[in-house]
Design a binder for this molecule. Sequence first.
Ligand code: URA
Length: 228
Amino acid sequence: MRTEYLAALGIPVWVLRDSSGSGAAAPIEAGEDGDEPKHATEAATWEDLADAVQGCKLCALHRGRTRTVFGVGDRSAELLVIGEAPGADEDRQGEPFVGRAGQLLNAMLAAIRLTREDVYIANILKCRPPSNRDPKPEEAEACTPYLERQIALIRPKAILAVGRIAAQWLLQSDEPIGRLRATIHSYGNPGIPLVASYHPAYLLRSPRAKAKAWEDLVLVRQLLRDTS
Ligand code: URA
């Protein structure tokens, strides 16, 4: 009944697909001990940047990681999706948003006729925090130059920040996600339009919030259309 109601409102109901379609990332070789980590700003190319991330020891999270999670998707994408940090599945596979939240993210993208391959997906942190705790400010600070370099290389038309942590960090705000969403913000200089929305993991726990997330996705879709 609820499904019919949402459909009548034009709100897609995101149903989890099975996980077989997510695809694992290519294996990454471990960085050599003793390598000095390069600074992100020295990384002229994607390959340099990926190498720098792979060997990064700028914060304590490198000690607990299985793999770094660099980012995935189209390196010339119009839309950049930014989440918080890798979870257990992502740490194992070296790819962002491959767990249940990732399946829902795929469905959210499908609702605006995009696939995972059409966009670029990254996180504030490239390494998993222990027990999925929130990133510490010093961890986010150490990792941000990598994300900034990715943004400079991609030059997306719009950014979708999913979840409170990503939205607050990118916008340097303490406002709750409920107040940051549903608005077009500007990130960086020159400003890239940024929409904040709920994290798919939150939507899995609170499916009623999907209607609001859908409104945010419509904003993203409009942004991509307006700027094309
Ligand atoms: N949650 C995130 O914010 N990022 C991931 O890559 C996975 C789960």
